[in-house]
Write a protein that binds this ligand. Structure first.
Ligand code: T4K
Length: 369
């Protein structure tokens, strides 16, 4: 390919649509601290996503760190090693010990059947990830959380707009966090959010993201500066108009990939799940070297040599990074499924700008070895 094809491209709104918002910011001189566009985006996103309360953040990582603070999580938290490092880093920043539990092979999410064995008297919460926007086994995980009196925080960074049984996946658990990073289905350049279910919790989150201020002279906790500014909130308002279209274009790409790759020996594709409205934020495939004839890394390099930039999300596993590999739960024998998937996964480019020609080229490279 002459032009590079990246794993993703941000869906940018028409610049002319954005300029009037910038004028308004220039006129009213409110640049940040819960300004009018910030308030409006919180309201519009809550309506769009079908969730009760949303608190905007400067990025998804600060949202994760603050979610743990908001619920006063301490001790040990059960989590998945198969995610972006920010998931586990948010525990580290809160001085919480991550306890890795293996994933299930079907969707790549925390395996509910392995959670109970990892619970100790120090466990206070479970932090699963809806990886690639694939919903976790939410009912089963909630059941376990209830039995053991644990909090449940979902890292839903990939799950913007995903529905399960007709309802937003973000309504499960005590809190869910979103990322609005440039590489996400809905972006505000950088950005993130916490979804909460009652006004008191939203209030606490909003204090925490503003240094802990609850009024001009009262500080209720050692909060952080996690606020989203007005330019990005305004940009979010404009981009929201484009997100449905971007998701339906991604869906078309996913359907064509599946059609072409489903029957290639040694390639596994993930299908749509029953009862789920997907957002097609990623298109992972698994490569079985013996059957396919190329290793995952050989395929990755071959695509790269042709200007096609897939990504090995999520390799290496978080539990194999130096910061975490000393933990007892990081032992490879404890995480066989996650290690196997991390060693065989490659995410193919998927975004709204991929056209027929791009697809043909990528598929041709995958079919003819
Ligand atoms: N939890 C989970 C499960 C997450 O996946 C993430 C973030 C978080 C929490 C934390 O949320 P944030 O704090 O980030 O809001 C990217 C993103 O930086 C990261 O947000 C994301 N997950 C992760 C999965 O991917 P990289 O290092 O792989 O991205 P990068 O810069 O290599 O970009 C990939 C491709 O996207 C580029 O080759 C081209 C394209 N691109 C990228 C950027 C940044 C653009 O076209 N424009 C752009 O501005 O981490």
């Amino acid at each position: 390919m002459e032009k590079p094809i990246y794993i993703t491209q941000p869906s940018l709104p028409d610049l002319d649509d954005f300029i009037p918002y910038l004028r308004e910011i220039w006129d009213n001189k409110i640049l940040t601290n819960n300004g009018p566009f910030h308030k409006q985006l919180e309201k519009e996103l809550a309506d769009f996503l079908g969730v009760p309360y949303i608190s905007l953040f400067a990025n998804g990582t600060l949202a994760l760190v603050t979610a743990l603070q908001a619920l006063r999580i301490t001790g040990e938290v059960i989590t998945t090693p198969y995610s972006f490092v920010a998931t586990t880093h948010s525990l580290w920043w809160n001085n919480i010990k991550p306890v890795f539990v293996d994933i299930e092979p079907e969707f790549g999410n925390l395996d509910p059947e392995k959670i109970e064995a990892a619970i100790t008297p120090k466990t206070t919460a479970i932090m699963p990830v809806h990886v690639y926007g694939n919903p976790c086994y939410v009912e089963r995980i909630q059941e376990i959380a209830d039995i053991y009196g644990l909090k449940l925080i979902y890292d839903a960074a990939h799950a913007f707009g995903v529905k399960y049984k007709g309802e937003s996946i973000l309504n499960y658990g005590d809190l869910s966090i979103l990322s609005f990073h440039a590489t996400k289905v809905f972006n505000t350049f950088e950005g993130g959010a916490i979804i909460s279910h009652d006004i008191a919790t939203k209030q606490r989150i909003d204090y925490l993201k503003n240094f802990g201020f609850a009024g001009e002279t009262t500080v209720v906790a050692p909060g952080i500066n996690g606020k989203m500014d007005e330019v990005r909130a305004a940009y979010g308002l404009v981009s929201l108009n484009y997100v449905d279209d971007a998701i339906s274009k991604r869906r078309e790409v996913a359907l064509q990939y599946r059609e072409a790759l489903r029957n290639i020996s040694g390639i596994t594709v993930f299908e749509d799940f029953e009862n789920v409205k997907h957002n097609y934020s990623y298109f992972p495939i698994l490569v079985n070297e013996e059957l396919y004839g190329l290793s995952r890394d050989e395929l990755y390099e071959k695509l790269k040599a042709n200007n096609i930039f897939g990504r090995r999300y999520f390799y290496p596993l978080i539990s194999n990074f130096s910061t975490y590999r000393g933990l007892p739960s990081a032992n490879k024998e404890n995480l066989p499924v996650a290690n196997r998937i991390a060693d065989s996964v490659i995410c193919l480019p998927i975004h709204h700008e991929i056209d027929e020609e791009d697809l043909k080229e990528i598929i041709k490279l995958l079919i003819y070895k």
